[in-house]
Design a binder for this molecule. Structure first.
Ligand SMILES: *Cc1c(COP(=O)(O)O)cnc(C)c1O
Length: 361
């Protein structure tokens, strides 16, 4: 049996008949950038995911940069984030001139460790960026308590966490802003780059809109220096079609995760704090390389997310940063393996993965 890690082709076959006419209608309307198609998608995304205000942007990295800029984070400020994330989280902090402060994660949820956050707060700290890694919500109530106590802004990196929630409240709506990626491989993915920023207030959303569109007040009047981080109409139209399916796809991910959880009760898997949407399903193993190779021989593709933590990235040495305790995240990064959890996996394919993993461990 051949089990791909991600099956975007199966997804395309399911939605093709709706996607192609939607692309055609964008071409005919010539609403190529922002405009009504993007606004309509924004409204629909907020309805499906949760959140009151929001706007689409160019990608998940710029979404974080825009949220930081709109919240006034700048040179000299410190921003606390977690050592185990995708590189973009740290990149965005550096992009606005601020200093990334890296802290450790919990060993069971892989979410940012609030105690370590509190230890890392200094005079210069302005913001915390928890990352809902693998689609697993961080403990937002505790993080907000710390943020409120120390008067800090909070941006939730929800790039992997569309439709994730805690006690029914959507991730991205606890903090000042929540940022999303629609990179093709994410749970909700475009056919190109796209991203989104959810904001707590209308004022912040409008400020994000200016920061993503040349600091414009009118067509040729610019209030401040900003840049171009706008969303494409074609991507919005495609995402709008996929929004009709995202709940079904997410439920299937959760269903597969439950099967894995039941089968791997003797292994270290992800412990959840709320509704995890399983962008990835990880297990920890001792001999990772041989384990992955053996699965590959059986036709099962796996991945590592991520093999190098932020504190060990070559690029981190080229910028100002503060690196706190990182033992847990660094130790985990040498043990993690991501198993296939694509919504298009059939039950017999999931069983085939389970049988082979069990045989090896
Ligand atoms: C994918 C991802 C991003 C960046 O999103 P892009 O759309 O690729 O720019 C940021 N943070 C996390 C945690 C991600 O997984």
């Amino acid at each position: 049996m051949k089990i791909p890690f991600l099956n975007l082709d199966a997804q395309y076959q399911e939605i093709k008949d709706e996607v192609l006419p939607a692309i055609e209608s964008v071409l005919e309307s010539k609403k190529f950038i922002q405009g009504s198609i993007c606004e309509e998608f924004a409204g629909n995304f907020l309805k499906v995911h949760g959140g009151e205000f929001g706007i689409g942007c160019s990608n998940g990295t710029s979404a974080i940069t825009l949220a930081l800029r709109a919240l006034g984070i700048k040179q000299g400020d410190e921003v606390i984030t977690v050592n185990n994330t995708f590189f973009a989280t740290v990149e965005a902090i550096v992009e606005v001139g601020a200093t990334p402060v890296l802290v450790d994660c919990y060993e069971d949820t892989y979410g940012i460790n609030e105690e370590e956050v509190e230890n890392a707060i200094s005079e210069k700290t302005k913001c915390i960026i928890p990352v809902h890694l693998y689609g697993n919500p961080c403990d937002m109530p505790s993080i907000m308590k710390i943020a409120n106590k120390h008067n800090l802004k909070v941006i939730e990196d929800c790039a992997q966490a569309h439709l994730a929630s805690i006690n029914g409240q959507a991730v991205g709506t606890f903090g000042d802003a929540g940022t999303f990626s629609f990179y093709p491989g994410k749970n909700l993915g475009a056919y190109g780059d796209a991203g989104f920023v959810i904001t707590k207030t209308k004022e912040l959303r409008d400020l994000v809109e200016m920061y993503l569109n040349h600091g414009r007040t009118e067509k040729y009047e610019h209030e401040f220096m900003a840049g171009n981080y706008r969303m494409d109409g074609i991507q919005a139209a495609i995402l709008d079609i996929k929004l009709k399916y995202i709940e079904k796809w997410t439920n299937r991910r959760i269903e597969i995760a439950k099967k894995y959880d039941a089968a791997f009760s003797n292994l270290k898997t992800i412990k959840t704090n709320g509704k995890c949407v399983y962008h990835l399903y990880t297990i920890e193993v001792d001999n990772r390389e041989s384990f992955m190779n053996s699965l590959k021989e059986k036709g099962i593709s796996t991945g590592i997310h991520y093999p190098i933590t932020m504190s060990n990235q070559p690029a981190i040495k080229t910028v100002n940063s503060v690196i706190n305790k990182t033992e847990t995240s660094n130790q985990i990064s040498s043990r993690l393996v991501s198993l296939p959890i694509c919504p298009y996996l059939k039950d017999e394919e999931v069983d085939y993965v389970i049988t082979n993993v069990k045989e090896l461990l």
